[in-house]
Every structure is written in structure tokens, then in C-alpha cells.
Design a protein around this ligand. Structure first.
Ligand SMILES: Cc1ncc(COP(=O)(O)O)c(C=O)c1O
Length: 353
């Protein structure tokens, strides 16, 4: 059964699989990223972002986030993030081990950070040697709650963060879903909004593994230059430089060039919208606005039990007291998967009456 547990649970999209097969030709290629597939993937990113961006491939999202932030910071600096960001909640001690900065979680009831949150977090900074210094603000787009920061919201966050001495990084494990949701130019969400770095997700959007770290030149370019110089050393010295690099970069080259990265994300978002509409028809309202590929709901306990007995899969989310379930759609969620889940929910609701 296809489940709604995670967009990590789907297999590979056909374009990614074909790209791996195509890269497995009879010729030999240089390892460690000096190959023609990686060059093509880098060119495809520059095409999408409309300028020469600096691109680096790694296997996991945790590596992408922590290595990007390591390259933007010094060990005496702090990283601001949403209290329920993946960086704070789900990357174990990688932020401390790899980025080596104090993690300062910003507590907020909202799914997204706003400039006032950054203002408040910076309020007690004396700037002296006894305190952590401004490092990076990292935000996730989409957020852990499936909501989406708009270009204006990101711009406002970048402005205040930069004014307070922070650089800005985006965890874009679901960046494609954010772009698909907004229907905007990827540039507007990143370089034009003032972003310094992006972890561009591949795995959740149909790749076998792989995220790309992108650095964007801003201002006088000094932060960019330093980060681009530091990144390869951080990546190698933490064991994240892949040998047969082309197998991580070729699927990016293929899916970026043929537009399937966006099509797959649009499909996942559409499935979530269908699911949310069906749930609303059954009287179950999503807890957060459904803007991308996830739906958060509180299911009556009897419905939850009945669904699990039938083999449906989804994760409980956040504070157990809130009894929230996360239903996640992926590039290969089918309309009939959504309908099957909704039918089983309807049946369980009828039995509960
Ligand atoms: C928003 C977000 N960022 C980062 C990651 C980290 O990815 P990985 O598990 O590959 O380290 C995930 C993983 O699911 C994620 O959901």
C-alpha cells in the first residue's frame, strides 16, 4: 500500500532513474565532482536561478543544512531557527558537530517566523565577547507544517536579519513544493529576496538521494566568496564528498532541464489539495493552511485505529497532546490513493456514529 507517511517513502521518479542509467555508460568519468554530469547540473541550476550560482552536491539534507551553515559562520556565532524546524528538532547534534554554532530556537505559535521574531531574538545581544555573535538565520520553505513563505516574507526576514548581522539560509528540502505552490520564479524566493544560501532538496521530489547546496552572491560578494571557499573543505573533512559524484548530480541535471522537478512538486501539492478538500467534506478541517504537499489533521481516535488496522501509514506530529497526524503526499501519490484513504475515513466515521 502507498502510505501518506512521508515523501521519503516513495521510490524514484522515472526521470531520475533514467538519468542514473544514462550516467552508467561505458565511459569512465572523473570522480569527486569533476565530471561532465556535475557540470551539466551546475549549468542547469544557473539557468533556473538566472545567474551563475555556486552549487555543491551532498547526499543528505542534514549534510546540506549543516555544511551550508558551517560555511557561513564562525564557531563563536549562533544560528537562529524556528523551534519546530528540522534543524532544531530532527538533525540530532549535527548542527553542533558540523556547523559548530549555538542553536537558538525561536519559540512561536505560528508556522512561520516574522521580522519581529528576529528583532526579539537579537534584543539582548550586547555584541561583546561573552555572548554568541550573530551568525545565520535559517528558515524552511516549505515549513515543517506545510506552509509556504512568500517572496515578500523572505525579503522582510532577510532585511532584518542582515541588519542585525545575520546571513540567511533556507532549508529547501521541499523547495520545489514551495515554488510550485506559489507559481513564482525560483529567483524571487531566493537571490532576489536576499537569501545567502539554499539547501535545494532532491530526495523528497523523486531522487534516490541528493541535495544541492547553493550560495548566492549578495551585496559586495564577500560572504559568498568566503562560503564558496570554505564549503569544499567542510564537505570533505566531514566525510561528505561523494566519489561517484555523477550519480547524485545526473538526476538533478535531468530533472531540472526537463522541468520534471516542478511537475512532480505540482502533482504532490495537487494531491494534498484533493485530500484536504475530501477531508473537509467529511467534516475534518486541516490544522494549518494546506499550501503544499502535506495535510495536518486531528483524527478521532476510533478513525485513527481503523485506518491503522487497514494498513494506512502516517506520522503523529508534534506535541502528542495535540494528537495531530501528518498526511504527506509525494510525486507518486495517485488520486486513487487519496480516494481510498478518504473512503476508509468515511467508513470509520460512519461506524463511530
Ligand atoms: C525539512 C527537512 N530538512 C532536512 C531534512 C534532512 O534530510 P536527511 O534526513 O536526508 O538528513 C529533512 C528530512 O526529512 C526535512 O524534512
Amino acid at each position: 500500500m502507498r502510505t501518506f507517511r512521508s515523501d521519503n517513502n516513495a521510490g524514484l521518479c522515472p526521470e531520475a532513474l533514467q538519468a542514473i542509467l544514462d550516467a552508467n555508460d561505458d565511459f569512465h568519468e572523473v570522480g569527486y565532482g569533476d565530471d561532465s554530469y556535475t557540470q551539466r547540473a551546475v549549468a542547469a541550476f544557473s539557468q533556473i536561478f538566472g545567474t551563475q550560482v555556486s552549487v555543491w552536491f551532498v547526499a543528505t539534507g542534514t549534510a546540506a543544512n549543516t555544511l551550508a551553515i558551517a560555511s557561513l559562520t564562525q564557531p563563536w556565532e549562533q544560528v537562529l531557527c524556528h523551534v519546530h524546524s528540522h534543524y532544531n528538532d530532527d538533525e540530532s547534534t549535527a548542527p553542533e558537530r558540523i556547523a559548530q554554532c549555538r542553536v537558538t530556537a525561536i519559540h512561536t505559535a505560528d508556522t512561520k517566523l516574522v521580522p519581529e521574531d528576529i528583532e526579539k531574538a537579537a534584543l539582548n545581544s550586547r555584541g561583546d565577547v561573552h555572548q554568541p555573535q550573530p551568525g545565520v538565520l535559517t528558515i524552511s520553505n516549505t515549513t515543517e507544517f506545510g506552509t509556504v513563505y512568500t517572496p515578500d516574507e523572505i525579503k522582510a526576514l532577510c532585511e532584518i536579519a542582515h541588519a542585525k548581522g545575520y546571513r540567511v539560509h533556507m532549508d529547501g528540502a521541499r523547495f520545489a513544493n514551495a515554488v510550485a505552490a506559489l507559481g513564482c520564479d525560483p529567483k524571487a524566493l531566493t537571490i532576489d529576496a536576499g537569501l545567502d544560501a539554499l539547501s535545494f532538496g532532491g530526495t523528497k521530489n523523486g531522487l534516490a538521494f541528493g541535495e544541492a547546496v547553493l550560495f548566492f552572491p549578495q551585496g559586495d560578494g564577500a560572504i559568498f566568496e568566503r562560503a564558496v571557499q570554505a564549503f569544499p573543505f567542510h564537505r570533505k573533512s566531514t566525510g561528505h564528498l561523494l566519489r561517484k559524484h555523477r550519480f547524485v548530480s545526473a538526476p538533478f541535471a535531468a530533472t531540472l532541464s526537463d522541468g520534471s522537478w516542478l511537475r512532480h512538486a505540482q502533482h504532490a501539492n495537487a494531491m494534498a489539495a484533493q485530500l484536504a478538500a475530501g477531508l473537509a467534506d467529511l467534516g475534518i478541517q486541516p490544522r494549518f493552511p494546506v499550501q503544499a504537499n502535506s495535510v495536518f489533521v486531528t483524527l478521532p481516535p476510533s478513525v485513527d485505529r481503523a485506518l491503522r488496522d487497514k494498513g494506512h501509514g502516517y506520522y503523529p506530529f508534534g506535541d502528542p497532546a495535540a494528537k495531530l497526524s501528518r498526511l504527506m503526499c509525494s510525486f507518486n501519490t495517485r488520486p486513487q490513493d487519496v480516494q481510498a484513504l478518504l473512503a476508509d475515513i468515511a467508513e470509520a466515521l460512519a461506524l463511530a456514529l
